[in-house]
Write a protein that binds this ligand. Structure first.
Ligand code: ATP
Length: 581
């Protein structure tokens, strides 16, 4: 974190701070008004601003205008460069830069050669990826300053969880060169969580959250534990194969084939750079239209050899041809939960973030992976879901408004714990409820949930109906999944199930229903139950009044040592003990 902190701190009173999300495909800027985060539209009216710069006759274009130049001016257009920042040429994946200015080796870094000056004979410039980033950030900040009517000086910027220190340092330096103070870099999934939890009406509760960050060139999934308002990242997975670009490719192939079938002899539009660029832009807009409607058109003027092409596709067909990609997202989410050592039953919320998260099929698939108790926060599954494309920028803006009051040197320290990985408990710590008479009746009451960031202190009140001498046993607990097999009988049951699956899946193609069928067949009950682990401490309270309540407090210190206190509520005395970590 040392490298990602502010370099030259401004006085809090001199700051105007915003939140920035700087993605490979798109960026956004946001600010906070009346405690609410709001994403700012740039001069073109865009809230998702393509992370692209293009140079034409010495003029610099950015965002959607630059993206449009991918058709007519690809060699002077720089796109998909964010992930090259702070990297050496040999460790980058240049795949997505084929249709724009190519990355080149430049010592320790990566550069692009573009004609950014006016005049036929002006020499092209070689710009390092840091310089490109600086120029791009400057444009973003100018748009924000123009909107706010005052100069933006500072920002919280989101970065992927696997951005290393070198990449973070390169980003902070590129921002500084654009005259922008980086208050803090926060991880993308935590920004998405903050966007939800930072809403004025939000209730902060202990929960396990899966953040599925589905962008254009990459998908990142994080499992986050929220305990007492502290966020701990339990596991992350990253994937560069399944993303929005992979969905565009499916549609490009589909329409290219249809075009060739209808126009024999016109050629394959995928083999000509300009035709390919047109195909790509239109495929992306058809894909976005399919997130909203069940039908979308596809139309390109002069796709190849002067031949126009127009067609349509319905959502069902799209979901069928893109099935492999959708299944990739499913596997990614499942593997993240597994990597965190959890079960889908442990997950309270799934936040779908990023542009691709608008896709209804992805949310529907996640709905069927997780139990009904899990909230799937996506536009098609949750009425008050926040626009997935705006989550990160909003979260960054909320964080910025929170910390802009701090002196530069205090920022890192005071906010570190809330947004980065901190030590946390593995198992739950709880007490055996006092009601039961026999060992078989022992019930575990969790006091400190698993994955709680430490230090932490939690208290419970237990009833002691019998009074007298009461023994409080403090134990570790962990959950396990109890599986109950269905009764192996009733043939007609099978038919009923098949009918149910058909009902539920009217919209689906037959391949999907087959899968559902298989799952239905071995339908078994899975539930999360507590397993009582090692006893940590026993506290005996003498002469407790009948019907009184016993208060048990458990404190887990930063070194994971535990302090337990037990006392009768409104009674005298009590027991206190410390356990080493
Ligand atoms: P990355 O860094 O992974 O390249 P990003 O975070 O910069 O991505 P996002 O804006 O989150 O960018 O995601 C961009 C992707 O989302 C693009 O592939 C875009 O086509 C897709 N997308 C945007 N809106 C929608 C929509 N309504 N429906 C489906 N896909 C969409």
């Amino acid at each position: 974190m040392g490298d990602s902190g502010p370099k030259a701190g401004l006085e809090p009173s001199e700051r105007t701070a915003i939140g920035i999300t700087f993605g490979n495909s798109n960026s956004s800027i946001a600010h906070v008004v009346d405690d609410k985060a709001e994403v700012i539209a740039n001069e073109d009216g865009d809230r998702q601003i393509p992370t692209i710069l293009s140079y034409v006759d010495g003029d610099e274009y950015y965002g959607q205008q630059a993206k449009n130049f991918l058709v007519r001016n690809p060699t002077n257009t720089v796109a998909y460069f964010r992930d090259f920042l702070g990297k050496e040429f040999k460790s980058i994946d240049p795949t997505h830069s084929h249709a724009s200015a190519h990355p080149q080796e430049a010592g320790e870094t990566v550069s692009f050669t573009v004609k950014d000056k006016e005049g036929e004979e002006a020499a092209p410039s070689t710009l390092s990826v840091s310089e490109v980033t600086t120029r791009y950030l400057r444009r973003l900040v100018n748009s924000a300053s123009e909107y706010l009517g005052k100069k933006v000086t500072s920002a919280v910027i989101t970065v992927p969880t696997n951005f290393n220190d070198k990449q973070k340092a390169a980003l902070v330096a590129a921002a500084a060169a654009a005259d922008l103070e980086v208050l803090q870099l926060i991880s993308e999934p935590v920004a998405a969580v903050l966007a939800y939890d930072g809403r004025p009406q939000a209730k902060i509760e202990d929960k396990i959250i899966v953040v599925a960050e589905l962008g254009g060139t990459r998908s990142d999934v994080a499992v986050v534990a929220s305990r007492g308002g502290m966020y701990t990242i339990l596991a992350t997975v990253h994937d560069y194969e399944y993303g929005g670009v992979a969905l565009d490719k499916v549609l490009m192939d589909h329409f290219a084939k249809e075009f060739m079938k209808k126009n024999a002899g016109a050629g394959d539009p995928r083999e000509n750079a300009r035709s390919l660029a047109k195909l790509r832009l239109e495929a992306e807009s058809t894909k976005k239209a399919l997130s909203l409607g069940t039908n979308a058109s596809f139309s390109v003027e002069s796709l190849i050899g002067g031949v126009d092409f127009a067609s349509t596709i319905n959502r069902l067909r799209y979901e069928t041809i893109a099935r492999t990609v959708f299944e990739g997202f499913n596997r990614l989410v499942e593997s993240a939960v597994k990597k965190a050592g959890l079960d889908v039953l442990d997950v309270d919320e799934v936040i779908l973030s990023g542009g691709t998260a608008h896709t209804p099929r992805i949310a529907a698939n996640f709905r069927s992976i997780f139990p009904p108790s899990t909230r799937i926060l996506a536009p098609s599954t949750y009425a008050s879901a926040i626009n997935p494309s705006e989550l990160q920028a909003r979260g960054a803006a909320l964080q910025a408004s929170l910390i802009q009051e701090y002196e530069a040197e205090d920022i890192d320290q005071s906010t570190h714990a809330a947004v980065t990985t901190v030590p946390h408990t593995t198992n739950a710590i709880g007490v055996i409820a006092l009601g039961g008479d026999t060992a078989a009746d022992e019930v575990f009451v969790p006091v400190v949930p698993p994955e709680t960031a430490v230090p932490a202190r939690r208290t419970v009140h237990l009833s002691a109906p019998g009074g007298g001498d009461v023994l409080v046993r403090v134990v570790e607990g962990n959950t396990h999944i109890k599986v109950t097999k269905p009764e192996p009988k009733a043939k007609e049951n099978g038919d009923a199930k098949a009918a149910k699956a058909e009902d539920a899946d009217e919209e689906d193609d037959s391949d999907f229903s087959e899968d559902e069928d298989e799952e239905e067949e071995e339908e078994e009950k899975r539930e999360k139950v507590w397993k009582i682990g090692a006893t940590l401490a026993e506290a005996g309270l003498k002469g407790v009044s009948k019907g009184a309540k016993v208060e048990v407090s458990i404190t887990v210190n930063a070194d994971l040592s535990v302090i337990v206190t037990a006392r009768e509520v409104s009674g005298k005395g009590g027991v206190r003990g410390t356990l080493p970590s």
